[in-house]
Design a binder for this molecule. Structure first.
Ligand SMILES: N[C@@H](CCC(=O)N[C@@H](CS)C(=O)NCC(=O)O)C(=O)O
Length: 208
């Protein structure tokens, strides 16, 4: 098994938090997104999607969706579970992971990739040329604020996003807030009281 990743990027970061919490160490290679190494022939021969992270399994097949990699690793390393102990817990965690990806991660990426000069003609990850759309950046800012409100309200009556225990949903939200700060220059202010309370507790739980 071999992991290709780039720790500074948001999707690798959420996988790294997941692995670190569970104490999983894998042979790995950093693919430097700063120098566009992911678009080079060598990497694309292994990962045609040209994205990180990517996990090459022992049979040579490749996983490049973080949620799939996390599932695979959780099955191999069930201790310190982050994807639920029961069918209900797992379903709620996955429900949040999907919502966070579509309603928070994607709007941040829309803001970042449709405004940053580095991503002219590269507005989506992957090898295809995709032009920037400034309207998507504007829409992303609005969607992001509404995403913050949704999680803030959800956190009013529970300790962690998917219930009483820290889960991969919390990790995804922590990674999204980090990404929002530098990628969309957006930090939820103290009026998002439940989100603020949760963030401190989730960080503590992640490091215990
Ligand atoms: N497909 C992955 C997301 C992978 C992804 O978008 N990774 C970004 C880094 S955060 C990437 O590789 N970008 C490459 C690029 O910008 O060319 C998932 O569904 O979890």
């Amino acid at each position: 098994m071999h992991l290709y990743t780039f720790d500074a990027a948001p999707n690798p970061a959420r996988l790294k938090m997941f692995m670190d919490y569970k104490g999983i160490a894998l042979n790995s290679t950093q693919i430097n997104l700063g120098t566009a190494e992911q678009l080079g022939e060598d990497y694309r021969a292994i990962v045609p999607e040209a994205t990180v992270p990517a996990l090459v399994l022992d049979d040579g097949s490749v996983l490049c969706a973080v949620i799939a990699i996390a599932h695979f690793l959780e099955t191999l390393h069930p201790e310190r579970p982050l994807l639920g102990r029961t069918a209900e817990e797992r379903a709620h965690i996955l429900n949040w992971n999907h919502r966070l990806f579509t309603d928070i991660f994607s709007p941040i990426a829309d803001v970042f990739r449709n405004t940053h000069p580095k991503y002219v003609n590269r507005a989506l990850p992957g090898p295809a040329d995709i032009s920037q759309l400034p309207e998507l950046a504007e829409r992303g800012k609005t969607r992001l604020l509404s995403g913050f409100s949704v999680v803030n309200e959800a956190l009013a009556d529970r300790v962690f996003l998917a219930g009483d225990a820290l889960s991969f949903a919390d990790i995804d939200l922590l990674a999204a807030l980090d990404f929002a700060a530098w990628g969309a220059r957006s930090v939820p202010d103290e009026s998002f009281a439940h989100l603020t309370r949760w963030r401190g507790e989730a960080k503590n739980a992640l490091h215990t």
